[in-house]
Design a protein around this ligand. Sequence first.
Ligand code: ACO
Length: 376
Amino acid sequence: MSHAAITGWGKCLPPAVLSNADLATFLDTSDEWILSRTGMRERRISHVPAIDMAAVASARALACAGLDSKDLDLIVYGSCSSDEQVPNSASGVQVLLGARNAGAMDINTACTSFLYGLSAASAMVRSGVVRNALVIGVELISPYMDWENRNVSVLFGDGAAAVILQSSESELGVLGEHLGCFADARQTLRVRGMGCSYANQGVQYGDTLWDFDGQEIFRRAVKGMAQATEKALARCGITTDQIDLMVPHQANLRIIESVAKYAGIPMSKVFLTVERYGNMSAATVPVALVEALEAGRVKPGATILMPGFGGGLTVCSHVVRWGDRVTPLGLSPAELAPNARTALEMVNDIRARRSAHGASERGLMAPRFAETRLAD
Ligand code: ACO
């Protein structure tokens, strides 16, 4: 059987930095609170559409693998913040890359979208449906954020990264994974208005309101990632001491520390980006993977663990075997359009547009859909 080796990688972080001090200019919060409760100091705010960030990251991943865009058979776009539902976003990346021979599909499992996409694309490569696949994790959260809600608005940032999968006879790429979902807790993270349902959710077209139970998500995230890791390792017959590096989803430093402790992995083997980028949802794990490579933390032949969780509440954990090459074959000249505004200016623009709607007040009184129950 063939395998799906990761042969290319690339990231794209928008340049504008939003610091904890910037957030404290309009929220009742502080650098001390955010840093001590989450491990975050700053996050990025994008001045371009998500597809542009995804395309730049993808061009860099293609150059890294030494592939032409026309060699791609499949593009998987993992995200929960697509600019449009129809057409899908993968097709938008395809057109920017000129990858005219590829199929293109979106996957949305919130923060785990890249990892679920990695599973789907790896399975297609292994079964021979495609030979070369591009898997993207990208998120443009800032326009959808309820910036007045300090419970959530300090946590998220924008960004993108991508990997190339290629068919290989060597046992490389995803060795095994576990996918799961605490669907009974799906209401703990809901962004009302970030889809097609407005009228019954107490939001007007264009507004978004975040229902967010941080403590319950925290508990489920730790339990879910620990359980998924145990199952993924058992599936591959690998023990935690054989893990060289853990590249987890990064929603909160304390969540990561708890998962590492449960899994028996020392923090010295965990690669962290949460301080600089916050939670970039689907982009978090691939950006961290790219930066781990850039920092020389991925050695040839390394075994990497990638646990994740996201809205749904989806959970997963992937065990990945790296190949011999840990440096890019080539570099892409692709760059984002230049940006003239500060992150705080962009956020204040979004806030001004939202307050014109008066979303938050109405949302507190929002009627909800009754939930149909088919099973206990
Ligand atoms: N600044 C200052 N105070 C704040 C802030 C803030 N930004 N946010 C909340 N507080 C206050 C609360 O109002 C509360 O005040 P009170 O005691 O007067 O009521 C107090 O701080 C403590 O709040 P807690 O919720 O108990 O704080 P906790 O230590 O649980 O940390 C946090 C909150 C950071 C949200 C944590 O629960 C968490 O990280 N949860 C998981 C979040 C997460 O993973 N999100 C991603 C979801 S899935 C995905 O990745 C898409």
